[in-house]
Design a protein. Structure first.
Length: 255
């Protein structure tokens, strides 16, 4: 088996070397773009860090913009956003399981080590220094996730359509893990093991699912209280109007 592998390596050295060169370029591009941003990172710097000729960038990625797009999108290609959206949209999916699927999808990159941490940082930098990819991310991934989560909550609360309260609730649920993503350096300093092992990520998924489900149930409770209050107010108003109606009905008779 070792000999076979060695022979295979000898028969296609160019392809293997090319793939490794491309991987190194992509890895260094993610790191440098995340640290310095698109505008302040030169292709020459990336090529030098990767230990390859600068012409390799045009060969594998076309240009700097193509390399940036690959650095932004490729590391997340394995994460199934459509699967998470489908789970949220499934009419028979229990709330707990749907939310669990959502948070598992959001937190999955944390289990992929330091390079994925750099990828998350790159996405955060793109938010602050947009090149146009963040807007596409909003349109192609975040908006469908938001709408699917919104439909899930609306359906679970038995409402015909979302209102301002549902919008606030959905943004609150989506915001639960955001600080951990945005403040990775702080998390690394204060709680370095919080999201860096499979068991701690699983615990975070379960905890966030519980937090989100509690928010949904609290919203239900608030709406029920508001309905009861409105009904009691209507009854009180009706009772206060009845004597006036009686007295107004007696006036013509007495006249």
């Amino acid at each position: 088996m070792v000999l076979s592998a060695a022979l295979s390596e000898k028969t296609r050295p160019g392809r293997d070397d090319g793939l490794k060169a491309r991987e190194r370029l992509l890895g260094e591009a993610v790191r440098l773009f995340a640290e310095q941003g698109f505008a302040r990172t030169s292709t020459r710097t990336i090529a030098q860090a990767a230990g390859v000729n600068i012409s390799a960038i045009s060969y594998y990625f076309g240009d700097k913009e193509g390399l940036y797009r690959s650095a932004f999108y490729e590391p997340f290609a394995a994460y199934d956003a459509e699967g998470a959206i489908a789970a949220l949209q499934a009419p028979d999916m229990p709330l707990h399981e749907a939310l669990q699927t959502y948070f598992s999808y959001i937190l999955a990159p944390f289990g992929q080590g330091a390079q994925m941490q750099q990828c998350l940082r790159l996405h955060m930098r793109e938010m602050l220094e947009p090149t146009g990819l963040w807007q596409k991310e909003i349109e192609n991934r975040i908006t469908p996730l938001h709408r699917a989560l919104q439909a899930l909550v609306t359906r679970h609360l038995g409402l015909a359509c979302p209102d301002a309260g549902i919008q606030r609730l959905v943004f609150a649920i989506m915001g639960i893990p955001i600080y951990l993503i945005l403040a990775q350096d702080l998390v690394q300093t204060l709680a370095p093991d919080l999201l860096h092992r499979a068991d701690t990520i699983a615990a975070a998924v379960e905890a966030f699912t519980h937090y989100a489900q509690t928010l949904v149930e609290k919203e239900r409770e608030m709406r029920q209280q508001a309905c009861c209050g409105a009904a009691q107010e209507a009854q009180a108003h009706h009772r206060s109007c009845r004597p006036q109606q009686r007295s107004s009905g007696q006036s013509p008779a007495s006249a």
